[in-house]
Design a protein around this ligand. Structure first.
Ligand code: SF4
Length: 207
């Protein structure tokens, strides 16, 4: 772990796996994704908030835990799986790290594209996340219709839009603190997106 200016980042031999912002600790465990959104930071930059989040290899469970053990987690509002990629591409690691954090009383959030049930059809993903101790989820809604979603997010899996909405519904039913988000862009109908989120019972945020 090293301090750069007032920011803190957690590194391992493959790059930066944790970074501090907004009073939270964000975890960057993969650069993979099941979508290819044209607005994705991966297309235009190497990271966010001045942190380089390109990984030359993915950290394994032990490497993440080793770094978290050396971090004062009590100073953060929450630890958030996010980063330059889709965390649930590594669902097993997300579950294991969530368990570890939950056992230590740390609030845990997952920022996700909501495709995990399609990626792991044999697993009841939301219920596993809940069992692991996940507190909150932020799902990228990104578009008010499947047609627009396909156009701007280019998901690699069929039925991604419907699956993402279902994931959100299940997260709410499971009692997770759930919100949906969109990127504020002219081609997105923000009002319609907000209605979709509110009708499901989720919070809503334009990012
Ligand atoms: S879902 Fe997120 S990480 Fe994946 S391509 Fe879209 S913006 Fe990037």
């Amino acid at each position: 772990m090293s301090d750069s200016n007032e920011n803190t980042e957690i590194g391992f031999s493959g790059g930066t796996i944790g970074y501090e912002a907004h009073g939270n600790l964000y975890l960057n465990i993969t650069n993979k994704c099941s979508a290819n959104c044209y607005f994705c930071v991966r297309e235009s930059s190497d990271g966010v908030y001045g942190y380089n989040l390109r990984l030359s290899r993915e950290p394994d469970y032990d490497e993440i835990i080793r770094e978290l053990e050396e971090t004062d987690l009590s100073k953060y509002n929450e630890v958030v799986f996010t980063g330059l990629g889709e965390p649930t591409c590594r669902l097993e690691v997300v579950l294991a790290i969530t368990r570890w954090l939950h056992e230590r009383g740390v609030r845990v959030r997952l920022d996700t594209n909501g495709h995990a049930q399609l990626m792991y059809p044999e697993t009841d993903v939301v219920s596993e996340l809940k069992k692991a101790g996940l507190d909150a989820v932020s799902v990228s809604l990104n578009a008010e219709s499947e047609e627009k979603y396909e156009e701007i997010c280019k998901p690699s899996l069929k039925g991604a839009y419907g699956s993402m909405l279902q994931f959100t519904k299940e997260a709410i039913e499971a009692g997770l603190d759930t919100r949906m988000s969109v990127v504020g862009m002219p081609e997105i109908d923000i009002d319609k997106c907000e209605k979709i989120a509110r009708d499901l019972g989720a919070g809503f945020r334009v990012r």
